[in-house]
Every structure is written in structure tokens, then in C-alpha cells.
Write a protein that binds this ligand. Sequence first.
Ligand SMILES: NC(=O)c1ccc[n+]([C@@H]2O[C@H](COP(=O)([O-])OP(=O)(O)OC[C@H]3O[C@@H](n4cnc5c(N)ncnc54)[C@H](OP(=O)(O)O)[C@@H]3O)[C@@H](O)[C@H]2O)c1
Length: 328
Amino acid sequence: MSEKFSALVVDRDGDDTSLGLRRMSMADLPEGAVTVAVEWSSANYKDALAVRWDGKVARNHPLVPGIDLAGTVIDSTDSAAPVGGQVIVHGYDLGVARHGGYAERARVPADWVVPLPDGLTARDAMAIGTAGFTAALSVIRLQDHGIVPDAGPVLVTGATGGVGSVAVDILAGLGYEVVASTGKADAHDLLRGLGASEVIDRLPTEAGRPLESQRWAAAVDSVGGGGLGHVLRTLKYGGVVAASGLTGGIALPATVMPFILRGVTLAGIDSVQLAIGARREVWRRLSGDLRPPHLTEFTNEVALADVPEVLSRLHASGHTGRTVVAIG
Ligand SMILES: NC(=O)c1ccc[n+]([C@@H]2O[C@H](COP(=O)([O-])OP(=O)(O)OC[C@H]3O[C@@H](n4cnc5c(N)ncnc54)[C@H](OP(=O)(O)O)[C@@H]3O)[C@@H](O)[C@H]2O)c1
């Protein structure tokens, strides 16, 4: 119990937060059946919100943020997560109301634990992370709605972001025609490298006519706001948009017309409360048919001490792709 380890900790004092490296002891960790030596974590938009006083994400302070972790079990009372096994943990309260992945040790409930599937290393899993997992959930939702590769163009918004870039990669790998929407003029080659067949600017955000020309068989949208309204107005008949995010805002300017005249589906995506059985199955698919083909090529790697700077860039939309954090 006297073992000490390094952790990045956010603390709050009114409208002010501080974020810095500290030494913690095992007694500082919450109760839980499974203790993990964390090897890798990652950086997500939600992590950038969790370290800000106005982010409306962190529910406890002081808090070890980090909504993703992967590592090796070092203590366990659960036979499904034996000592020595490699695991992934993300979602639920991790890194928002319970100490998360930006520390060398974590302790979690047994039913939050995903055994690392064969074919993925712990680093691979964090290169995917919550953002890539959400991209996979979005692709699965399109598949569930019958969107097959020859259905027509699939639009991916926020395409250089974590959710967006992994969605482009997975969809293109499956043979879909991917149109990537980005605000980063210097990222077109990168997106084509991931498999986008066309790269367009960010979508118009102002409200338009109730229906516009039909362009997309489907869309993966992690931006929300006025852009999502534009997606709804431009989906083809029977089209589906998997909506997961809000970087472009939470208001949704839309009418019922796309739903009642074009049979369009607005499919909500939530990775946080997804039941553990379904979560383990999605990870199994991420190690198989949904594995992003360019998983390691477009991943940045940083140390724990670099995380504050990375999260600032993420919050300011000055970040591209996925970033893994080396912990242990
Ligand atoms: N529902 C869930 O379970 C779930 C899970 C994971 C993430 N999310 C949400 O999904 C969103 C993306 O997460 P992430 O980790 O992928 O974030 P990220 O890496 O920061 O990517 C977000 C991307 O959105 C685009 N963007 C940013 N500000 C914008 C604006 N004002 N207007 C239009 N586009 C803008 C940028 O792409 P371009 O520069 O290429 O345009 C940016 O790279 C976040 O809102 C996050 O909270 C939800």
C-alpha cells in the first residue's frame, strides 16, 4: 500500500483549474476489483474538457483525468481479469468522476474491463481509444442500417479529429467511398492518405432550405451544430447519419422534412454507457474486420508531461489525428 506512482492531477479552485504531475499512493485510488499498471493512455476532446473549469465534464476534484487506459492487471479479485492479463478500460466514469488513465496505476470495477483482444497491442488499443471506438460504433450503426460500400458517398465531418480520422480510415478500408470534411487546409493529403476519395471544407452552419440536393448515402458526424443540420438536409433518400459529437455546437437547426420526405435516420452514438458485453464485442471487431488500416502510421506519441499542451491544442482544434500517451 506504500507504493508511490506518478499521476497527472487536475484540481479546481472556483473558476480556476491547475494541472500538474504529482506522486500518488495506492491508497489514493478508489475501491475496485481490478488494479492496472497503466502502460498507455490517449488524448481525446473530452479529456481537454475534463481539465477545464468550464468544460462541464469533470465531476470530482482532485481528479486524475484520462478517459482511456490500457495496461496489465497487477491485482484482481475477478477471475475474468486475472493478474498478468492485458486490459483496456474506457467509458463509464473513468477520467471524469473516477481517477483515469493519466497515472501509472488505476483501479476499476471488474465490469469496466475489456480483455485486450488478440491482434492488438496496448499501444494499438490507445491509438484507437475512445475516439476510434466511437468511430467504430458509428460505422457499425451505418452497417446496421444497411449502408453497404456501393451505397454511395459517405461523408465524415471533423475528419482530422480523433473520431473523424479513424472513421475515414475504417470506412475506406472497408471499401466505402469517403468524402472528408475538414477545416484544415493543410490536411488534405493526410486525409487522402487515409483513403478519402474527396476532401471538402467544413459544412455551412447557417440554417438553409428544409431540403437540398441529395449527396450522401450516409454520414459520420462528430461535429454537431449547424453542420449536422446541413447533413440532414443533404442526405440521400433513406440515408443515415451517426451523430456523436458537439465540437461545432449543441444546437441543431433542422426541420422534420428530411425524416418524413426522405426517410432519413438520425442515429445517436454513445460510447460512455455502452454495456460491457457490447463494448467487448466492438473491441473484438476493432482487432478484426474494423481494424483501421493506418492505425500506427498517423498516431502521435507523447509523454505524460506533454499532455497539458496536447489537450490545449485539442481544445483549440489545432490537433490532428490520434495521440497516444506513454505512461508506464
Ligand atoms: N458520443 C460519444 O460517445 C463520443 C465519444 C467520443 C467523442 N465524442 C465527441 O466527438 C467529438 C469529437 O471528439 P474527438 O476526440 O474526435 O475530438 P477532436 O480530435 O478534437 O476532433 C474534433 C474535430 O472537429 C472539428 N472541429 C472542431 N471545432 C469545430 C467547429 N467549431 N466547427 C466545425 N468543426 C470543428 C475539427 O476537425 P477539422 O479541423 O478536420 O474540421 C476537429 O479536429 C467531441 O465533441 C467529443 O466530445 C463523443
